[in-house]
Ligand binder design. Structure first.
Ligand code: EPU
Length: 416
């Protein structure tokens, strides 16, 4: 199995190009199921989660042509309505097939994703939304079956803000009869990107990016050509890396507006940041100031940036309190960071991080995607050598991470 080996202590310098967003690409690729004809997507990141999505789409009878960052998807031949366990267990976002399949084929059978390392992650709100649109829902043998002759518009309130839940219902409601209103909808840029693509397909969606989204159902949707927005979590990860190493890095092909909360916290920690149109230049401080964070739905501080920020706080001056309010088990990186010498105490959903002068390199184990990124960041500042094992988590969501860091001057390599 691959591992990443890092010799810490180098300042990062230079420029890095941000890839397309994983979490925007996934629902958009699934939205191709709503059309007959060829959809073309550009700036798609090359990741394991994208490969898993394309594999699932081809199992459904969809034609997929992938070359580099461009992908063509023709769902004209969509024949199968089932997302099987062997694919869903590899990528829980496969649940995004549910809404489009029931809207287009009138029925869907999708394996329940189950929990994952960071939490139980139920899909009850996806199912509540589909039921409100008139789908009959049954759970048996580990699968959810949804069926409806034609979905009907409805008013749906989400008890908890859910990103993929909002996306699933957006896709289903786009082809429903009548008007759907989503309340307490997710406002994440990935939801807005999906709504933009659906509107270009001929859907009638207003309010995306606010807590109330209105979808006036249409009879058919047409294929589109769309460019995937930049990955805001990859952007944030490189920002933290630069701050951590007292480096100076220009981050290009990004969307500064999508990383407002991260920029704010990095400035509070002492970083200097210049914002340009589609790029950011960050200069890290010599001493990092401690800052408290609380994860929240967008536009709050992203849970997907919590682990990376914790590394920064591990070597800051003073004490930082980090509260995780989205997932119940998203501190699994803490025990690995402690092995590198970090002083972190966890009580419930709060971690208290006392900055230490330095981390010391050691072998560590990645447990989920963002935890892996945090361990790589820790390796960039730790003394001597850090080996990050179980790198397959990283490959789910970061395109060429070690190459990008190496180009910025880090001593990092992948060992096969
Ligand atoms: N929740 C429910 N019921 C539901 C749906 C969600 O109780 O039916 C709860 C979850 O258990 C969680 C909270 O609501 O406590 C928010 O979960 P959400 O549904 O928003 O998460 P998600 O849609 O499954 C997406 C991203 C995650 C990211 C979260 C939060 C994708 C494919 N995944 O997950 O990304 O952490 O939103 O922002 O968009 C990652 O990229 O590493 C990642 C985990």
């Amino acid at each position: 199995m691959d591992k990443i080996v890092i010799h810490g202590g180098r300042r990062l310098e230079g420029s890095v190009r941000i890839s397309g967003s994983k979490n925007a690409a996934l629902p958009i690729l699934f939205s191709a199921l709503l059309t007959e004809g060829v959809n073309t997507y550009s700036n798609v990141p090359r990741l394991r989660d994208i490969d898993s999505t394309l594999l699932l789409l081809s199992r459904l009878g969809v034609r997929v042509d992938a070359g580099g960052s461009s992908i063509r998807i023709d769902a004209g031949g969509l024949a199968c309505h089932e997302a099987p366990y062997d694919l869903v267990r590899k990528m829980r976002a496969s649940v995004l097939a549910l809404g489009p399949l029931v809207a287009r084929l009138k029925r869907a059978r999708v394996s329940l994703p189950g929990g994952c390392a960071i939490g139980a992650r139920p899909i009850n709100l996806h199912l509540k939304g589909l039921a409100a649109l008139g789908a009959e829902i049954a759970l048996e043998h580990g699968y959810v079956t949804a069926s409806a002759r034609r979905l009907r518009g409805a008013e749906i309130y989400f008890d908890i803000v859910t990103v993929t839940g909002t996306e699933n219902i957006l896709m289903a409601a786009a082809l429903a009869e009548g008007t759907t209103v989503l309340r307490n909808a997710a406002r994440e840029p990935e939801v807005v990107a999906l709504a933009d693509v659906l509107n270009r397909m001929g859907a009638d969606i207003t309010g995306a990016g606010t807590p109330e989204i209105t979808i006036r159902g249409v009879d058919t949707l047409r294929p589109v050509s769309a460019e995937i927005i930049p990955d805001r979590i990859e952007t944030g990860t490189f920002l933290v890396a630069a701050a951590l190493t007292a480096g100076c890095v220009t981050i290009t092909h990004c969307e500064p507006q999508h990383v407002g909360a991260t920029l704010d916290k990095l400035r509070e920690a002492g970083a200097r940041i210049d914002v340009q149109d589609q790029s950011l230049t960050i200069t890290g401080p010599e001493r990092i100031a401690s800052v408290d964070i609380k994860t929240q739905p967008y536009p709050g501080f992203a849970t997907d940036m919590q682990a990376q920020f914790m590394v920064l706080m591990s070597v800051a001056d003073g004490v930082s309190v980090i509260s995780e309010s989205i997932f119940e088990n998203r501190f699994i990186h803490v025990s690995e960071l402690r092995r590198l010498g970090a002083d972190i105490r966890v009580s419930g959903n709060t971690a208290t991080v006392r900055g230490v002068p330095r981390l010391s390199g050691a072998p560590v184990m990645a447990t989920d995607l963002r935890a892996s990124a945090c361990l790589v960041l820790a390796g960039l500042v730790a003394d001597n050598t850090t080996e990050v094992h179980r790198v397959y988590h990283l490959d789910r969501g970061y395109e060429s991470l070690e190459d990008k860091f190496a180009a910025l001057g880090a001593a990092i390599r992948r060992v096969k």
